[in-house]
Design a protein around this ligand. Structure first.
Ligand code: FAD
Length: 466
């Protein structure tokens, strides 16, 4: 099967098409370079052309043409993913959805939107319409799209209250176009949502999304400091367990993350200060201050609605989730990260164990997450990178202790997840992408069903720039 690129480009020439120039390389990249492992392997990846459809009808046209000429198609929202998800490993077409950004309908508790809408624009539209907002968003709120969040993300700001995207009720409906001779348009709800959500666009293109909404608030951003790290972790957990206090973020940073990597916070903390970043609803501030007053070991050092910092820190959520890694990387390029699941009820025990074993080579950065109604932690630990072998060793130490790792140094769905095939996603790919043209190289089960996961998967057709 050889791609007939010239024929595909000719057939799509009436659309918004980019065939050369720096834009081609730029739109073939995401934030894969956070990982030194991926940086070494994916740096040369480049598409042959980029097409930006303006409507679902144009998406169908692109898929139909690429199917006919055997051209791989990798969909791009804004390219803020971290694992090379939006990178065209086999070249071919990058389908950029930036023009499909309309907010179509807002009702009490729900919104219908096109996939290319930025998370911040979606929130702004819902707030203006009826003082509503999306329940959760990735900390790349200002730059990422809702389609990319659903196809590539997992959760984020809001997940301390609402859980993750995969939890029932956090996505209402997805409209999906298949990659066949005659592309079909399907509507997924309930059980079927798992076929395409967090599937990296390997088995269908999402063209319309219905999401649940929550009441919007002018969240109060806060920083709280403690001298002891486990005090900070317990503070965040106990706050998230306060049923009457509404929060949207509870993040814990081990010392000296705040002093070393948070430029605008650094003048207000010491080397040994552990920091907690919070978003609290304005009507919950009284409850929060009472909660704080009961914990003399915790000091409130910043609140966005009342402070005397000469330079404000900006939005607190832009210190959390993977923005922590970004801030650390800017100061020390040898920093990378891991994604850890510290599950209930051993979460605090596991965190303490990992910290005792690995700090300061691995510094704890924790995000409060709700899973099945229980408060637990996602760790996006900062790792001082020395070698791939040592990174693998650190991963092994976590896994042996019982802390599950979602490896951000891999570009496949399986290796970035639970190292197992998602049968629903694979079955739907067989049905919806029979030629295997959608985002090739990202689903091991499609390429090599007998893969043993004993080493990093290397996509055989990984293509470098010519
Ligand atoms: P892209 O990177 O463009 O795409 C992501 C994946 O989805 C790709 O595989 C792509 O092919 C596929 N895709 C995109 N649109 C469609 C579509 N319409 N149909 C089918 N497939 C599609 N992630 C989180 O979950 N939570 C966080 O808090 C978070 N914080 C981050 C912080 C930083 C600083 C960075 C760099 C990344 C962070 N991420 C986080 C990862 C990423 O930013 C988010 O997942 C983001 O929502 C992805 O959106 P995007 O538009 O950039 O998607």
């Amino acid at each position: 099967m050889t791609a007939n690129l010239a024929a595909a480009k000719a057939a799509l020439s009436h659309l918004d098409l980019e065939e050369s120039g720096a834009g081609l390389k730029a739109k073939s990249r995401d934030f894969f370079w956070y990982s030194p492992v991926l940086k070494a392997r994916l740096d040369e990846v480049c598409a042959d052309f980029v097409v930006s459809p303006r409507s679902e009808a144009e998406v169908i046209e692109v898929l139909k043409v690429c199917y006919a000429y055997d051209v791989p198609v990798t969909t791009r929202g804004a390219g803020t993913g971290n694992y090379g998800q939006a990178m065209p490993l086999a070249g071919g077409c990058v389908m950029h959805l930036r023009h499909m950004a309309a907010v179509k309908d807002i009702q009490p508790g729900r919104v219908v939107v096109e996939p290319g809408c930025l998370l911040k624009d979606l929130d702004a539209a819902c707030k203006e319409h009826s003082v509503q907002e999306i329940r959760m968003f990735s900390s790349t709120w200002a730059t990422a799209t809702i389609g990319g969040f659903i196809a590539g993300g997992s959760g984020g700001v809001g997940s301390c209250t609402w859980g993750s995207l995969r939890d029932l009720g956090n996505i209402i409906r997805l409209r999906v176009v298949t990659m066949e001779e005659e592309p079909r348009v399907l509507e997924f709800q309930g059980e079927e949502l798992a076929r395409v959500s967090h599937a990296y666009g390997t088995n269908g293109i999402i063209t319309e999304i219905e999401m649940p909404l929550a009441p919007a608030y002018d969240w109060v951003d806060l920083f709280v400091a403690t001298d002891d790290f486990m005090d900070a972790a317990r503070f965040a957990e106990e706050l998230a367990n306060e049923d009457g206090i509404l929060i949207k973020l509870a993040t814990v940073f081990e010392a000296p993350i705040a002093k070393d990597y948070f430029q605008r916070v650094a003048p207000h903390v010491e080397e040994g200060t552990n920091l907690i970043g919070l978003m609290v609803a304005p009507h919950s501030m009284d409850g929060f201050l009472t909660f704080l007053g009961r914990r003399p070991h915790a000091r409130l050092i910043y609140r966005s609605d009342d402070h005397d910092w000469p330079r404000g820190p900006g939005m607190v959520f832009e210190y959390g989730w993977n923005h922590t890694t970004l801030r650390a990387l800017k100061v020390d390029p040898s920093i990378t990260y891991l994604q850890v699941r510290y599950g209930f009820p051993q979460h605090l025990e596991l965190i303490e164990q990992m910290r005792d074993a690995l700090s300061p080579e691995v510094l704890q950065h924790l995000e409060v997450l709700k899973e099945n109604g229980k408060v637990m932690f996602a760790g996006l630990s900062l790792v001082k990178f020395t070698s791939e072998e040592r990174l693998d060793e650190i991963i092994r130490l976590h896994e042996e202790a019982g802390a599950m790792i979602f490896n951000p140094h891999r570009y496949t769905l399986e290796e970035g997840g639970r190292q197992t095939v998602d049968d629903r996603q694979l079955a739907f790919k067989r049905e919806a992408d029979p030629k295997g043209l959608l985002n090739p190289g990202k689903m091991i089960a499609w390429d090599d069903p007998d893969w043993a996961y004993d080493r990093m998967y290397a996509y055989p057709k990984l293509r470098a720039a010519e």
